[in-house]
Write a protein that binds this ligand. Structure first.
Ligand SMILES: NC(=O)c1ccc[n+]([C@@H]2O[C@H](COP(=O)([O-])OP(=O)(O)OC[C@H]3O[C@@H](n4cnc5c(N)ncnc54)[C@H](OP(=O)(O)O)[C@@H]3O)[C@@H](O)[C@H]2O)c1
Length: 279
């Protein structure tokens, strides 16, 4: 599993991680076994949020990482409605309790809401000083929000977690360049398009199948590797079976040539929309 340095942190993180939104809708035992299998396969970046299943996903993760906490790069998120100074600290304490851990590796503001950024950031810094979080970042932030955050806390943003899949590449216009210039990790969520679905083999997906065949890989592995082709990029597909988890982990060792990347780029063009899309 290839690893990249995670933004400004010293830590290397696998390029393919594990998402957990809607995990609570799966069979609990099977989903926990899948998360564990994901760790065995090197997908040690686990992404969650207090929002997911109203904390249920965090509880399932606690069961999956029991006895293995040190292997995991554990990320959770505070809801904007909790993101006041006191609210952020209380939300983090609740997440830590559900996850049965004493620290998060990274704590994110889920999206920009009504709480003043200064307050949320002050809470993040307080949590970091107390050793409850190792780093903090943001999610669904456009360049204006990133600039504002940077002005308050230069050099402190570990990552920006944003929507990124083959049919939605808007972040490449301005968000990715900004993040690369400021050494902020770009964590792409919904890499298979969430409910929009993955491109079918009869349509544009045929290109993915052709590239995959040359590597004895799958179209989804090719897509994940395309979405993590730059050193700033990570992807966090969600999977609730060992079979899906194993397929996704296989992307972490795939090497695409420049010509293959150009072919995929051509089949799934960037598009003109510059604004940041939100799922
Ligand atoms: N920050 C944010 O605002 C935000 C927003 C959305 C998502 N996220 C994060 O990003 C993660 C991933 O995004 P997502 O859950 O929206 O969607 P996604 O990863 O694009 O797609 C998940 C779907 O793909 C299926 N799948 C996974 N691997 C597969 C495989 N190898 N073959 C066939 N199907 C496969 C899953 O099925 P099974 O479950 O049956 O395996 C699930 O139905 C989330 O779980 C969450 O952690 C963050």
């Amino acid at each position: 599993m290839e690893q990249h340095r995670f933004g400004p942190l010293k830590r290397e993180v696998p390029i393919i991680g594990q998402g957990t939104w809607n995990l609570e809708h799966s069979n609990r035992k099977a989903a926990i076994a899948a998360l564990r299998a994901g760790l065995d396969l090197g997908m040690t970046h686990i992404d969650t949020a207090e929002m997911y299943g109203s904390g249920e996903a965090e509880k399932m993760i606690a069961a999956a990482i029991a006895g293995r906490r040190d292997e995991v790069f554990l990320v959770s998120k505070v809801l904007p409605s909790n993101a006041s100074r006191k609210g952020t600290i209380a939300a983090c304490e609740r997440s830590l309790a559900r996850l049965n851990t004493d620290h998060l590796d990274c704590y994110l503001l889920h999206w920009r809401g009504g709480a003043p950024l200064q307050e949320t950031i002050a809470a993040f810094e307080q949590l970091r000083a107390a050793g409850k979080i190792m780093s903090w970042g943001v999610s669904n932030f456009d360049v204006d929000d990133l600039e504002e955050t940077w002005r308050i806390a230069p050099g402190q943003i570990a990552c920006n977690q944003v929507l990124y899949h083959l049919e939605e590449r808007a972040i490449e216009h301005a968000v990715v360049p900004w993040c690369e210039q400021h050494q902020v990790a770009v964590v792409g969520y919904s890499p298979f398009g969430h409910s929009r679905g993955f491109p079918g083999a009869r349509g544009k997906g045929r290109v993915l199948e052709e590239v995959a065949a040359a590597h004895r890989a799958t179209a989804r592995q090719v897509a994940l590797r395309f979405l993590t082709r730059r050193p700033s990029m990570f992807a966090i597909p969600k999977a609730s079976s060992i079979e899906h988890m194993t397929e996704n982990a296989g992307a972490g060792d795939l090497v695409l040539s420049d010509a293959e990347i150009a072919t995929i780029d051509h089949a799934f063009p960037l598009g003109r929309t510059r604004g940041l899309p939100v799922l």
